[in-house]
Design a protein around this ligand. Structure first.
Ligand SMILES: CCCCCCCCCC(=O)SCCNC(=O)CCNC(=O)[C@H](O)C(C)(C)COP(=O)(O)OP(=O)(O)OC[C@H]1O[C@@H](n2cnc3c(N)ncnc32)[C@H](O)[C@@H]1OP(=O)(O)O
Length: 180
């Protein structure tokens, strides 16, 4: 089925912001995190940027492949906010096309391609030197819709309690990707 953008999804061009302060992908509370910044696009699509820091190295001066997969995962996961569906990554297939040097800003673009029951299919591409630059990484993913109980049942109680006690209703909801 064709994906349907939620009527309350942020307008095209609007930043999505961090969904959880301590998220390694986007949270401001992670000093060595990716601090990825995503922006809503048209339909069920978005763009994001991530600048590779020295803490993200694998080989000297180059981004670690797992960090690049994290950037793709975070970008793809952010799409679910446009659907307003709570979902987790079930499968992430990554192609590494070009090495990504430290200091580079990776320009990511992602879209949901189909939704089938609880399954959300999406893809992403990351380019160097700008949104139209050469492709460095690509991914295809399957996210699976879950109930909020997924996090409450499996997450460490300290963090679950702290997130649930956040006085800010939107932040509390977004930590679990629930409609506020
Ligand atoms: C602004 C928002 C920003 C958010 C950004 C977040 C980005 C980061 C996102 C993540 O990294 S989430 C963390 C990493 N992922 C996980 O920890 C998930 C761990 N896995 C699980 O909890 C379960 O395996 C999962 C919920 C994915 C599926 O278990 P379920 O028991 O709920 O589902 P089930 O096994 O019944 O499968 C449902 C459907 O999905 C399919 N499926 C599940 N896992 C699959 C898989 N790995 N590959 C292919 N298909 C899969 C499965 O075949 C089935 O298809 P059908 O409906 O057609 O029968």
């Amino acid at each position: 089925m064709k994906p349907v953008r939620h009527p309350d999804a942020p307008a095209p061009g609007d930043p999505l912001g961090a969904h959880y302060e301590h998220c390694f992908g986007c949270g401001p509370g992670q000093p060595h995190g990716l601090h990825l910044e995503a922006r809503a696009g048209e339909g069920v699509a978005l763009t994001a940027e991530f600048t590779v820091q020295p803490a993200h190295q694998g080989a000297p001066g180059l981004a670690h492949g797992g960090v690049l997969a994290t950037a793709l995962d975070e970008t793809l996961g952010s799409l679910n906010w446009l659907l307003r569906t709570v979902a987790v990554t079930g499968r992430l297939e990554t192609d590494y096309v070009r090495p990504v040097p430290v200091g580079t800003t990776l320009h990511l673009a992602a879209e949901v391609t189909a939704v089938a029951g609880r399954k959300i299919y999406s893809r992403a591409v990351g380019r160097l030197d700008g949104p139209d630059g050469p492709v460095a990484v690509r991914a295809d993913a399957l996210f699976v819709e879950v109930k909020v109980d997924h996090f409450i049942d499996h997450g460490r109680p300290e963090e679950i309690q702290a997130a649930m006690s956040d006085p800010d209703q939107v932040r509390r909801a977004r930590a679990f990707e629930v409609n506020p």
